[in-house]
Ligand binder design. Structure first.
Ligand SMILES: [Zn+2]
Length: 179
């Protein structure tokens, strides 16, 4: 009985310990397209306070052609919620999305992909999670990259790395979210 309790405690500690939060490099989700760029940052319309958005939108004007890859450099467990496809230019719900849980309440999200054979939860380093799409509240195919801590949207993770219109292929550093 004592041994069994001990093993349960050890297992709990391993599962719940996510380590101290540290900055992780994030790169563009559309690896090999030189035309991929940042279309929105803090506000929906770049350089004007017309609705808080808080996150990076990254697109290339095409839908379901390119893989949406995990942006975090390193091996992470990606939770993938997926099942739909949408290339229409009008918002439709529900969205597909993928996220990584970090320590200290940090969570990194990528939204809007279209479902394909890659769309399953897995541990990997910048692997394909689906196709760049428009599921959810999206007016066109793109990836919405959002960093939260305890449900609060953080924007400092991309400050100093990207601006509206900047290039965002997999060669470009998008920011350094804490995880
Ligand atoms: Zn967005």
């Amino acid at each position: 009985m004592k041994l069994r309790m001990l093993s349960s405690v050890v297992a709990f500690c391993v599962v719940s310990w996510a380590g101290a939060a540290a900055a992780v490099e994030a790169r563009g989700p559309i690896w090999d397209d030189v035309n991929a760029k940042v279309t929105h940052t803090t506000y929906y319309y770049c350089n004007s306070a017309n609705g808080f958005h808080g996150s990076l939108d990254i697109g290339n004007g095409t839908c379901s052609v390119w893989n949406m890859r995990g942006m975090l450099v390193g091996s992470f467990f990606w939770n993938v919620v997926s099942g739909y496809s949408n290339c229409l230019g009008t918002p439709q719900t529900p969205p597909n999305y993928a996220y990584v849980n970090g320590g200290s309440g940090y969570r990194f999200f990528q939204y809007h992909h279209n479902h394909n054979a890659s769309s399953a939860s897995k541990t990997c380093d910048r692997c394909a999670l689906g196709l760049v799409g428009a599921t959810g509240q999206a007016y066109g195919a793109h990836t919405h990259a959002q960093h939260n801590q305890n449900s609060t949207i953080l924007t400092a993770w991309y400050s100093g790395y990207v601006t509206c219109g900047s290039k965002s292929s997999g060669n470009h550093i998008m920011g350094r979210p804490a995880m």
